[in-house]
Design a protein. Structure first.
Length: 158
């Protein structure tokens, strides 16, 4: 089993996120805690999720790991949304190799230099989440919880 004691994850909800061709992260309107809601459409405002997972390479026997990002409700259950072929869990999985790759004739980083993987999830149409509810994005590495970020979907005050 991989040693996860040196692993960490950061999560940021923003209006828009992308990673450009040079690998730089571009964030607009970052730090959202209250996600807008359109009661007529039953959808949240459009948003993006940025997740950065960092590990210390020497701590890993193997530089590969499974990164999972999931949306859970206040009971800790993975949120489901309707889909064309039935309900879909809001859970995203990716196998990541944290090993550094550099061009030929370019010096490798020193031993112990952290490896990093960035994940961007864009929801340009928002999500059909319940107004007046709290949710949490959770990041797991090989099934172990690394980090989470809580947000609220406010409804119309009564």
């Amino acid at each position: 089993m991989t040693d996860l004691s040196s692993a960490s994850a950061n999560i940021l909800i923003a209006d828009f996120v992308n990673i450009d061709a040079a690998g730089k992260v571009n964030i607009i309107g970052g730090g959202i805690q209250f996600l807008g809601f359109d009661p007529n459409a039953g959808m949240t405002a459009p948003f993006s999720l940025f997740v950065s997972v960092t590990v210390s390479i020497p701590a890993f026997d193997d530089t590969q790991a499974a990164v999972e990002v999931e949306l859970v409700d206040t009971d800790g259950r993975t949120v489901t949304v309707p889909g064309t072929e039935g309900p879909n869990l809001l859970s995203f999985n990716q196998d990541v190799d944290f090993k550094h790759t550099v061009a030929p004739n370019v010096q490798q980083p020193p031993r112990g230099f952290p490896g990093c993987s960035n994940v961007v999830l864009n929801f340009p149409g928002g999500l059909p989440l319940a107004a007046g509810s709290t949710y949490e994005w959770v990041v797991l590495l090989n099934g172990s919880r690394l980090s989470s970020s809580t947000f609220f979907v406010p409804g119309v005050a009564g």
